[in-house]
Write a protein that binds this ligand. Structure first.
Ligand SMILES: Cc1ncc(COP(=O)(O)O)c(C=O)c1O
Length: 424
């Protein structure tokens, strides 16, 4: 995405020593090796302030919401603050932010609500590049007569086939659900164009930004998408999901819910008691982003501007690590890197690398790396259509090396050396 358009040119580099000092988990060792967290796409570590906010909420304000007493009122205020912080993170209003247990649950809830206004023969466009959480909740609507159309991807570089996407969208399309970035191979999709094509056809757009959120700025206003989902545990917060919905849709659609629950948005989309301590952690997580941005660019005026400055600093750091990682990986004999490796097109990928080194299975590689203190992942990471189409599902999928902003160039070099040693 065009990050440069959205951020101030006066930002400075990421203050990496400060960043790392914020995350207590990074100090761990495994078998005498420094732990290297390359498992960000599965979930990132949290800064101390997130841990403190969760503990503090439980120590001093643990209560249900909506009560006429001190701790309950504090809880209501805390949730409102967290909503407004997430609104700044995504660039929307607080009442357009819905909290939930995770992205998958929120997406099933939304697919059920949307199905109430769909008719047999209506069409939903999905992609084969997506995580299954942005596929199965929509495919489930086939039982109501909804027709699912799937968009291919280009196998050579794992980019979405935009021509096919345009061809799949037609008069009967009611929704286009697309990922912002692939959690398996790192491809960043042209979601601006996806949203435009959907809108042009009179269809809604549903963007899965779970993988993209730690790597690039999200601006739902400029994007003009109808819905966007992300998970705070992928961008240094607690295990929760967040759904942005345009106010008009959140008001119009009818969520399945219990009778005493309010009809007001966004609460009518949030069922039962929420995970209050984690919501306190979400506010602290956005505070972290804000401080990171203010360190990168001390003159920013607003929280939103600070978040964008943080993204710019992160982007530059991750870009350098990406260049080193790609050239190092490609130099390993027999290694196949999925996703784009073209130095001219690195803006179209994030620092997530799906690789195979036959005859070593991804599990074997992840296990050997794990013994040396590197936390990577193996398998399909629920990007099932992708591994099936690439014919690697039965061979154990990929080894995924997923970088986050708290990783270092030295960690990248160490991983490359470890991989060379394992395969030799
Ligand atoms: C791209 C993507 N979408 C959706 C999900 C599902 O998110 P959650 O665990 O919050 O349901 C994940 C989780 O890994 C993901 O990477």
């Amino acid at each position: 995405m065009p990050i440069a358009e959205q951020v101030s040119p006066s930002s400075t580099a990421l203050d990496l020593p400060w960043v790392r000092s914020q995350f207590p988990a990074l100090a761990q060792t495994v078998n005498g090796h420094h732990a290297v967290f390359f498992d960000g796409p599965g979930g990132t570590q949290v800064p101390q302030r997130v841990i403190d906010a969760i503990a503090d909420y439980l120590s001093r304000n643990n209560a249900n919401s909506g009560g006429a007493y001190h701790t309950s009122r504090n809880t209501d205020r805390m949730i409102a603050d967290a909503r407004s912080a997430m609104g700044d993170f995504l660039n929307c209003d607080a009442d357009e932010i819905v909290f939930g247990p995770n992205m998958t649950t929120l997406t099933f809830a939304m697919s059920r609500a949307l199905s109430r206004e769909l008719r047999p023969g209506d069409e939903i466009v999905l992609t084969l590049l997506d995580h299954d959480a942005n596929f199965s909740p929509w495919k489930a609507l086939e039982e109501k007569g909804v027709v699912i159309r799937t968009v291919k991807f280009n196998e050579a570089d794992c980019t979405l086939d935009m021509q096919d996407l345009a061809a799949q969208i037609g008069d009967r399309t009611r929704l286009v659900a697309v990922g912002y970035a692939s959690n398996a191979v790192g491809t960043i999709n042209n979601v601006v164009e996806v949203v435009r094509l959907a809108r042009q056809a009179g269809a809604l757009s549903y963007i899965d930004a779970v993988h993209y959120a730690p790597h690039g700025p999200i601006d739902v206003r400029t994007l003009d998408c109808d819905f966007l989902v992300c998970s705070t545990y992928k961008f240094f917060g607690p295990h929760m999901g967040v759904l942005y919905g345009k106010r008009e849709h959140l008001k119009r659609l009818r969520p399945y819910k219990v009778r005493p629950n309010t009809d007001n948005i966004p609460n009518c989309w949030e069922w039962g008691t929420l995970n209050h301590e984690c919501i306190a952690g979400i506010k602290a997580c956005v505070d972290y982003w804000e401080e990171l941005g203010r360190r990168a660019n001390p003159v920013v005026a607003t929280r939103r501007a600070a978040i964008l400055a943080a993204h710019q600093a992160i982007h530059e750091h991750e870009r350098k690590m990406t260049e080193k990682m790609i050239s190092g990986l490609l130099a390993i004999p027999g290694l196949k890197l999925y996703g784009t490796s073209d130095p001219q097109r690195l803006e179209n990928r994030c620092a997530t690398f799906g690789v195979r080194i036959d005859p070593h299975t991804p599990l074997e590689l992840a296990t050997k790396l794990g013994e040396r203190g590197f936390f990577t992942w193996d398998g399909n990471y629920y990007a099932l259509n992708l591994t099936e189409q690439l014919n690697v599902e039965r061979q154990g999928g990929f080894l995924r090396i997923g970088l986050a902003h708290y990783n270092t160039m030295e960690e990248v070099e160490r991983l490359l050396a470890a991989l060379r040693e394992i395969v030799n």
